[in-house]
Design a protein around this ligand. Structure first.
Ligand code: HEM
Length: 364
């Protein structure tokens, strides 16, 4: 394992002294405001076992295959960045056209992640009826993916509703930046489209502490025709073995130090010039984000606190609440048109508790 140079260590010590990262120093920022319509106790009375059902099931899933944790974390991110956390990424396309799921950045989402969400939805529905949205289940699954792979545990505001539409291919591409993006592009895109800060960007990119890239094309431009000078030599040589050509289809871990553990090693990778994508490594090259990377590399507690903060913030982007959207009976398809959904669900799900939404009853 590469170690930090003496100079880097000295800079770290100066940094800690200057920025004092004690727990009490960051407490004020550990929770962003809760979006209107969401609540930490949303299902307490009508689905009190919700979080236990999800966590227990995912514990079993991850015991069999820890790689699924990364798939679920990424799924929630892709849901939230495009049209808000409304479960729209879960929707299948139809004869009338491809869905958000079919747009290029989403094609590498793990197929198993979609199956796990549908399985969780069925389990939750058996226990509580159709009252928990697919978008809430996705958010809880991402939270448990983080916790069950070694990361922080935290409570998330619930009460999201599922969207009735999915985003176009153009909107999906516009909102999910490519791995070739530099920090400048990421900082401005996240600020303009999502109101997220450079600190959010660095913290959320820490999601790359687990999981894999499935194609060399994601970083091939850093290997060919010549080495990206911001990439470590040994790392480069090893990646060229994995990727004999620019766009070889092969898998590569995102965090070479601890690929299956949710920890702060991703930032240590960046400091050692072993970040996989330009979008990762440039966070250490850009002078605006470099100190943030350094602070997380030396202080995992700080990273966990900031990650939780930014995940809660991301998880509330453009949420639908109250009587907006719907509670899907199947996460992959929207319910039959809202005016007939009540009747059809009575026929289809006759032993399941019905969704009760204030304001919708007037339609029947
Ligand atoms: C900042 C911009 C980001 C870019 C450009 C980016 C790009 C990518 C790319 C290209 C992959 C590899 C996909 C594949 O080849 O299968 C990937 C994987 C992953 N990303 Fe990101 N990502 C970003 C932000 C995030 C965020 C915010 C999170 C979560 C908080 C996240 C979590 C993950 C995870 C967990 C994986 C591994 C997925 C798996 O193993 O199935 N990413 N990302």
């Amino acid at each position: 394992m590469n170690s930090l140079s003496f100079l880097q260590m000295m800079m770290l010590i100066m940094f800690i002294t200057a920025f004092g990262t004690t727990k009490s120093g960051v407490d004020a920022q550990t929770s962003p405001p809760i979006a209107r319509g969401l609540s930490l106790t949303f299902y307490n009375s009508n689905c009190p076992n919700l979080e236990t059902i999800i966590r227990n099931r995912l514990r079993t899933v991850f015991n069999n295959d820890i790689a699924q944790a990364a798939g679920l974390l990424r799924l929630h991110f892709h849901d939230c960045f495009v049209q808000g956390c409304d479960g729209s990424v879960l929707l299948d396309g139809s004869a009338s056209g491809p869905s958000e799921k079919d747009a290029p950045p989403n094609l590498s989402l793990k197929a198993e992640a979609f199956r796990i969400i549908n399985d969780l939805r069925a389990r939750v529905q058996r226990a509580c009826g159709r009252i928990v949205s697919c978008s809430d289940i996705t958010a809880l699954a991402a939270r448990d993916a983080v916790f069950l792979s070694g990361g922080p545990d935290y409570r998330i505001p619930l009460g999201r509703r599922d969207g009735l539409t999915f985003a176009t291919r153009e909107a999906t591409l516009r909102n999910l930046p490519p791995p070739t993006s530099n920090a400048s592009f990421l900082i401005s895109t996240l600020a303009n489209n999502l109101n997220l800060t450079a600190t959010d960007l660095v913290a959320l990119s820490g999601g790359h502490t687990i999981g894999i890239s499935t194609s060399c094309a994601n970083f091939g431009g850093r290997l060919y025709p010549t080495r990206d000078p911001t990439m470590d030599q040994t790392f480069f040589r090893n990646l060229r073995l994995t990727c004999p050509a620019n766009s070889t289809i092969n898998t590569t871990v995102l965090d070479i130090r601890s690929p299956n553990v949710f920890d702060n090693k991703y930032y240590v990778d960046l400091m050692n010039r072993q970040g996989l994508f330009t979008s990762d490594q440039d966070l250490y090259t850009d002078s605006r984000t470099r100190p943030i990377v350094t602070s997380y590399a030396i202080n995992q507690t700080l990273f966990f606190e900031r990650f939780v903060f930014s995940m809660i913030k991301m998880g509330q982007l453009n949420v639908l609440t109250g009587s907006q959207g719907e509670i899907r009976a199947n996460c992959s398809v929207r319910n039959p048109t809202s005016s007939s959904s009540y009747l059809s669900s009575v026929v289809v799900d006759d032993n399941e508790q019905q969704e009760v939404v204030e304001g919708e009853s007037a339609a029947f």
